[in-house]
Design a binder for this molecule. Structure first.
Ligand code: G3P
Length: 218
């Protein structure tokens, strides 16, 4: 399973990238807004920092606008994946970009039908937002199970990128289902690293080490 960070925060990206656990990055306009910096310079810096795929989202809602933006975004680096919303004009853009060899991530997926169509149009990734489904009382993980099964049934080569993840259990469930990618806010990746027994175990080891007779330490 690949782990992407769902953030535009450069400090978090650096921290987790140094640990070797970040396979890629996903961003969106809301995440860029949170950083209160020039979105373009933040996007460029992320693309330079990270070797793996970096999803950068278009703002246009007409296919021609999306394609023009995509052409600009891919100039930031070879690892750029263009994020396109799941709307009819978006599918036109995905098809055209696929024909040009430009990878896309179709975002705002909330049904298996949308995932099938995005894949048929040529998406490299689909991003189902499971937390937002959970928020409205619909189990997001059911959607992941459906998409992964359908893509396997027909050997679709689109990867399921599980997005809108809200807690570490979502990651375990997505991994058990076999989704190719999860994208996580940095705080959830932080929670995955920690376990209370790890910390108490370490405290005990270090405490016992201090009790060793100094003369025995060479
Ligand atoms: O990658 C999509 C993600 O950023 C949406 O997450 O928590 O705003 O639903 P959320």
């Amino acid at each position: 399973m690949k782990i992407f960070l769902d953030t535009a925060n450069l400090a978090s990206i650096r921290t987790y990238n140094d640990m070797g656990i970040v396979d890629g990055i996903t961003t969106n306009p809301s995440l860029l807004y949170k950083e209160k910096q020039s979105p373009e310079s933040v996007m460029r810096e992320i693309v330079e920092l990270i070797k793996g795929p970096v999803s950068l989202e278009v703002i246009g809602t007409k296919s021609e606008e999306m394609i023009t933006e995509a052409h600009k975004l891919v100039k930031f680096g070879k690892n750029v994946v263009v994020k396109i919303p799941m709307i009819p004009e978006g599918l036109i853009a995905v098809k055209r970009l696929r024909d040009e060899g430009i990878p896309t991530n179709v975002t705002l997926i909330f049904s298996a039908n949308q995932a099938i169509l995005a894949s048929k149009a040529g998406a490299s990734y689909v991003s189902p937002f499971i937390g937002r489904l959970d928020d409205i009382g619909q189990e997001g993980m059911v959607l992941i199970r459906e998409i992964v099964q359908i893509f396997r049934n027909y050997n679709f080569d689109t990867q399921t990128l599980v997005a809108s993840i809200r807690h570490p259990l979502h990651v375990i469930e997505a991994a058990k289902i076999g989704a190719e990618v999860v994208t996580l806010p940095p705080d959830i990746l932080g929670k995955m690293i920690k376990h209370p027994l790890t910390q108490t175990g370490l405290d005990l080891f270090l405490n016992d080490w201090k009790k060793i007779d100094k003369d025995l330490l060479i």
